[in-house]
Write a protein that binds this ligand. Structure first.
Ligand code: ZN
Length: 279
C-alpha cells in the first residue's frame, strides 16, 4: 500500500506533466474503481486546467480551473504511469487515461494512466468549498502544526495504545502502519504504551522521529523518481529500507541492544518492535 512518502513522490512525478495543463482527453475504462466515478466525470474534466497539484495525508489534491477539486487516492495497489512505458503492469488494470494539453503548441501531450489491480483506489470531484469532507483529518505530520506540545495535548485523554493513536487520522493525517512502527522504534517507545502515559519529552521525540523518518523516505523516493521516470515511467512504489518493519526475528538494529524484533498484532495489524529498547 502506498504510504505518505510514496504519495508525495507520485505528486512530485505528476506535477510537471499535469500542472498548468488542461485535460485534453479523459478515458474511463470502467464505471467504478472502489466507488463509481463521479457523475459526468469526463465532461467535468475535459478542457479544464489543473492549476495546482498537492498532497493532503495520502490524497492527491488537484485544484481545477473550474473551481472543483479532483481528489485521487491510490488505495492498496494504485499507480500512475506516465507515457506508454510499463514494467510488468497489466494493461487490463488501466482504468483511467488522462491526456494533458501541450504547454506550447506542438510540444508533448503527456499521457497519464491510472493502473490499479485491486481497485481500492478512487477519484472524486469535490465542489468548491466541499473540502469540508477532509476537515476531520488531523495536522500534516511534516507541518509545523504537528509538534510535541500539540501531540501531547491530543494524547492526554487517550487510553488507546500509542500505535493505534498514531494511526488515527484525527491525531495526525496520513501516517500508515510502516512509518508508525519505524518512528516508535526511533523514539524508543513501545507500541503497547498507553497514549496518556507519554511524557511531553517523549511526545517531542516521537514527533521528531516521525518527521525524520518520513523525510528520509521522501528523499529516497525523490532519488528513485529519476530512476523510474527514466526506466519505466511507473509512479507509486519504491524500495524502502526499514529498521524494524517486516523484520521479525532479526537482531535489534540499535547498537546498544541485544534484543530481537518481535511481531505482535494490534487492532488486526502487525506491529514490529524491540521489547528491550522500546519501553
Ligand atoms: Zn532493541
Amino acid at each position: 500500500m502506498p504510504e505518505l512518502p510514496e504519495v508525495e513522490t507520485v505528486k512530485c512525478g505528476l506535477a510537471p506533466v499535469m500542472e498548468g495543463r488542461a485535460f485534453e482527453h479523459v478515458r474511463l475504462n470502467r464505471a467504478d474503481i472502489r466507488f463509481p466515478f463521479p457523475y459526468n466525470f469526463v465532461e467535468r474534466l475535459q478542457g479544464v486546467t489543473l492549476e495546482r497539484l498537492s498532497r493532503r495525508a495520502k490524497f492527491l489534491v488537484a485544484e481545477l480551473s473550474s473551481g472543483e477539486t479532483l481528489l485521487m487516492h491510490l488505495g492498496m495497489s494504485g499507480s500512475f504511469i506516465v507515457g506508454d512505458r510499463r514494467a510488468g503492469q497489466n494493461p487490463k488494470h488501466d482504468h483511467v487515461v488522462f491526456t494533458m494539453s501541450a504547454i506550447i503548441p506542438g510540444a508533448d501531450n503527456p499521457r497519464i494512466i491510472y493502473n490499479d489491480p485491486r481497485r481500492f483506489g478512487f477519484m472524486e470531484l469535490l465542489e468548491a468549498g466541499d473540502l469540508g469532507r477532509m476537515v476531520n483529518l488531523g495536522p500534516e505530520p511534516l507541518s509545523n502544526s504537528f509538534n510535541g506540545p500539540a501531540l501531547y495535548d491530543k494524547l492526554t485523554n487517550k487510553k488507546a495504545p500509542i500505535k493505534s493513536a498514531l494511526l488515527d487520522q484525527r491525531v495526525v493525517a496520513g501516517l500508515g502502519n510502516i512509518y508508525v512502527c519505524e518512528a516508535l522504534f526511533g523514539a524508543h517507545i513501545s507500541p503497547l504504551r498507553l497514549s496518556n502515559t507519554l511524557s511531553e519529552d517523549e511526545c517531542e521525540q516521537l514527533c521528531a522521529e516521525i518527521k525524520s523518518t518520513l523525510k528520509l523516505a521522501i528523499k529516497a523516493g525523490g532519488s528513485t523518481l529519476q530512476d523510474f521516470a527514466a526506466v519505466d515511467g511507473v509512479l507509486g512504489y519504491f524500495q524502502h529500507r526499514f529498521k524494524v518493519y517486516d523484520h521479525a526475528g532479526h537482531d535489534c538494529p540499535a547498537k546498544t541492544c541485544a534484543g530481537t524484533i518481535s511481531r505482535i498484532k494490534q487492532s488486526g495489524r502487525s506491529s514490529f518492535y524491540c521489547d528491550i529498547c522500546q519501553k
